[in-house]
Write a protein that binds this ligand. Structure first.
Ligand SMILES: Nc1ncnc2c1ncn2[C@@H]1O[C@H](COP(=O)(O)OP(=O)(O)OP(=O)(O)O)[C@@H](O)[C@H]1O
Length: 822
């Protein structure tokens, strides 16, 4: 009992400390102090002569001495405090300290991070002391007013004794110079006017923000997934029957409500679950296999590592910081998003018991005995993990999926037999009271805040209520599909929000394509911050199919240009390249530049595929195959998960896929290569698959007004003067290249050769020569035509060419298109 009280006391204390009202209260108090001091200080400027005698005579006793009257507008306390700060401490620069108190107050009210405040404090303190010395030195003898305060006067009298008056001036100039070099990082290469502007900008920004992002983030650390603990099984476990309370474990961070059942002790609820494995999707392979071959570190091919230290760069000892392009940019704060309410939802213990009994009973009906069952309660579903009795075949349980679903009279039962790496069988049952996962809580989570990923996506929460953060840069592309109204648009918004909350506009650019015209248009406001589009494009969000084709091809050109840059810099990928650039080892005059990640978002690509077919599919496939190393990543979504939309080519290049609820099992197979998405319950319930592993998630929910708030917050800030423009895509050039090839130009044996290559998925000229009995030259010409049309990749020496088309139906469509074009 005492223990329970102690526990609840501790809990109360913890809740108290976590209570967000406390920092707000503290913030309000600080603001009050700042206003009070400002008024007292201003009053001091007018009343100091009259009050000073009394304050100095009474010292701190002034506060209790009723007899002493003062003129300060804020009474004896005002007179005492202003005299203390201005006369004894820092003189006029004391106002800077009041400014700091005010800033800290605002910071606490907004519950913003504290670290920038510590930086600001150090800077302001140094600045205050420096200014106090300067004022005492320059004007000390001219006025009675303590311009530099006691500190300024004291330092000046000592320093001028040691260094002489002129020495003090030099010292002050030296300190200012050091500050400009180390803290303000002013580039002295520019004209005097430019240097002056930089200095003014620096100080105005420091006062505005209280922080200045300076250094590039350290390279992302990769956390190895902890190995799942081996599980011991009892030698001959007793099998369970309905109603048994033994061997039924519950794992839930949510509150349990009781309906006629005995109280569950707190420690039982907090019982740790063995790890189901790290759900963070980390792909250890740093480069796509194909991309690996593209960067040839060859000294003869114009790699300019010799540029590592150029004349211009020798002066730049500081690393280059891309965020300085927009130094005043402030990332959106969490208060723009609605706070999720987790408190109202509870999980009914009776519901758990009833489901458990139903599962055991149903399995017993089919003569399947189990020895243990445990429940893990997630936001929308509860996972019942069962350990079957020795000798029970897993496939038998899997086959009973529909029967179990029927007997539980619930929709959305998904059976995972076995749970990979666990040796148990999972049965997911939807909760009667699903819990919403708010965008704010996932962005607020430590996992997201500490995520050191290139493109972190806060997707939602797993069955264990853990926030799942995936790195789009490692995925490296994402296909999102699901029937209409199941949460896809919300999911796309949560993906974009994750990037906007984590990244500076210099680090990531979004290319948005929205044929439906209604989903992404609010993001147009981010035009000069986060969006990338074609020169001359009036609407930054692309909606028309012809423009989409242009923009996709332009991205391919951007990709090729980036590969050229990487090759010149002898870098294997964007990360290595940017590291070299930041370390000033690449010369901007040779075309090198900091490369932001580019994320292409297509909301609804079904319409595009239907209207433009190959013209859209081919550049998407090309980008998906090759763009990873140069930092271009694709997120493509569709509400029509059928094979003619999610084609073989698309699928082969998008190993990471998200499936929302679909209506038929066949659709689930189209998206994930397995069933399961048809069993989801909608409203953001989703399956994330990354090359085999499937994780069920409750997607983070972000509402349109919240998205608009965030967009306005960013959009109202100063952006780049020039938006990020993609390379021009010239249709004439296209005509001169692959487009110049008309149907009439094709070799008579072209179609047969293409079919053969696609059937065999083997791009070898000698095979075409041998199997179709063609001469070497003719077979070579046909291969070149196939390359021009994007059916095979370029020649790779003695190795066969890469085949870019995966099935014959696609080929037929492709050739029909060509024939129709004439
Ligand atoms: N993560 C979520 N949590 C809770 N509810 C959600 C979630 N995602 C979506 N919903 C609910 O489902 C509704 C439909 O979601 P959304 O608009 O994202 O569907 P959609 O698949 O994009 O539909 P469409 O394809 O027609 O645009 C939302 O208005 C919301 O009520």
């Amino acid at each position: 009992m005492a223990k329970a009280q102690k526990k609840s006391g501790q809990l109360g204390l913890r809740m108290g400390l976590k209570d967000e009202r406390i920092p707000k209260l503290f913030g309000l108090l600080l603001l009050f102090i700042a206003v009070y001091l400002t008024v007292a200080f201003v009053s001091y400027l007018f009343t100091w002569k009259i009050d000073q005698d009394r304050v100095l005579r009474f010292s701190w006793k002034l506060l209790s001495e009723d007899a002493a009257s003062v003129d300060n507008w804020l009474g004896r306390l005002g007179a005492f405090l202003s005299n203390f700060f201005i006369y004894f401490c820092f003189g006029l620069p004391s106002f800077l300290l009041v400014y700091f108190i005010g800033r800290l107050g605002l910071n606490r009210l907004r519950r913003a991070p504290l670290k920038p405040m510590a930086n600001l404090f150090v800077k302001l303190m140094l600045f205050t002391i420096g200014l106090a010395v300067l004022l005492s030195f320059a004007f000390g003898g001219l006025t009675d007013f303590p311009l530099g305060g006691g500190v300024g006067d004291y330092l000046v009298s000592h320093l001028s004794g040691v260094l002489g008056g002129f020495g003090v001036i030099l010292l002050l100039l030296l300190l200012f110079g050091l500050y400009l070099i180390f803290e303000a990082r002013i580039d002295f290469n520019g004209s005097p006017g430019q240097i002056r502007n930089d200095v003014v900008d620096h100080f105005s920004e420091m006062m505005r923000l209280g922080r200045k992002p300076r250094r590039p983030a350290p390279p992302a650390a990769r956390t190895p997934a902890p190995a799942a603990a081996p599980k011991e099984r009892p030698a001959t476990p007793p099998s369970l029957s309905p109603g048994d309370r033994g061997n039924f474990e519950i794992d839930s961070p949510r509150t349990l409500s009781e309906k006629g059942l005995e109280q569950i002790r707190g420690d039982q609820m907090e019982m740790p679950l063995e790890s189901v494995g790290d759900v963070t999707l980390v792909n250890p392979d740093p480069l796509a296999a194909g991309a690996d071959n593209l960067i040839v570190a060859d000294g003869d091919t114009g790699i300019d590592t010799s540029l590592a230290v150029t004349e211009e760069n020798q002066d730049h000892t500081e690393p280059y910081d891309p965020t300085l392009d927009l130094p005043a940019y402030e990332k959106p704060h969490l208060q723009l998003l609605v706070e999720g309410d987790t408190s109202k939802h509870e999980v009914d213990r009776a519901e758990l018991e009833a489901n458990k009994d139903q599962i055991i009973e149903t399995l017993l009906n089919y003569k399947i005995e189990i020895t243990k069952i445990r429940a893990t309660i997630g936001p929308t579903v509860t996972l019942y993990e069962i350990v079957p009795a020795p000798g029970v075949r897993i496939s038998k349980i899997k086959n009973l999926e529909d029967d179990i679903a029927l007997s539980l009279a619930a929709l959305g039962i998904r059976i995972i037999a076995p749970i990979p790496g666990r040796g148990t069988i999972g049965i997911e049952v939807p909760n009667t009271n699903p819990q919403m996962v708010s965008m704010r809580e996932v962005l607020e989570s430590e996992k997201f805040r500490n995520a050191k990923m290139d493109l972190p996506l806060a997707l939602g929460k797993t069955i264990k209520n853990e926030v799942l953060i995936a790195d789009l840069a490692k995925m490296p592309h994402l296909l999102v599909a699901g029937a209409t109204g199941q949460g896809k648009s919300v999911g796309i918004n949560s993906i974009i929000m994750s990037l906007l909350y984590k990244k500076h506009p210099s680090q990531v650019k979004l290319v948005m394509i929205d044929p439906k015209k209604v989903e992404l248009f609010p993001y147009a406001k981010l035009e000069s911050h986060f969006l990338a589009f074609l020169p001359g494009q009036t609407e930054p969000i692309t909606t028309e199919t012809t423009k989409v084709i242009h923009i996709l091809n332009s991205l391919c050109i951007e990709m090729d240009q980036r590969y050229d840059l990487l090759k010149k810099a002898a870098s294997r990928n964007i990360k290595e390249y940017n590291e070299k650039f930041v370390a000033r080892r690449l010369n901007p005059e040779k075309g090198h530049k900091f490369l932001p990640f580019i994320v292409l978002v297509i909301d609804e690509f079904a319409d595009l595929i239907m209207t433009a077919g190959k013209e859209v599919e081919m550049p998407i496939a090309r980008l998906a195959q090759l763009s990873r190393a140069v930092g271009i990543h694709l997120v493509i979504a569709t509400q029509r998960p059928s094979v003619n939309i999610i084609t073989g080519v698309i699928k082969a290049n998008f190993p990471a896929r998200i499936a929302y609820k679909v209506t038929a099992k066949v659709d689930s197979r189209t998206i994930l290569d397995s069933g399961g998405a048809d069993q989801l319950i909608g409203r953001g319930d989703m399956l994330l698959s990354n090359g085999g592993d499937v994780v069920r998630l409750q997607g983070a929910f972000v509402d349109t007004p919240e998205v608009e708030e965030v967009i306005n917050f960013i959009g109202n800030q100063r952006g780049y003067v020039e938006p990020y423009l993609l390379p021009e895509y010239n249709t004439d050039e296209e005509m001169a290249g692959s487009g110049a090839l008309s149907y009439a130009d094709l070799d008579d044996m072209f179609e047969d050769a293409a079919r053969l290559i696609i059937q065999q998925q083997h791009g070898s000229t000698s095979m075409v020569q041998r199997r179709l009995k063609l001469g070497y030259n003719r077979a070579g010409r046909i291969m070149d035509q196939m390359e021009q049309l994007g059916i095979v990749g370029p020649a790779q020496g003695s190795k066969p060419r890469e085949v870019l088309v995966y099935d014959e139906m696609e080929l037929t469509r492709f050739i029909d298109d060509l024939r129709n074009r004439g």
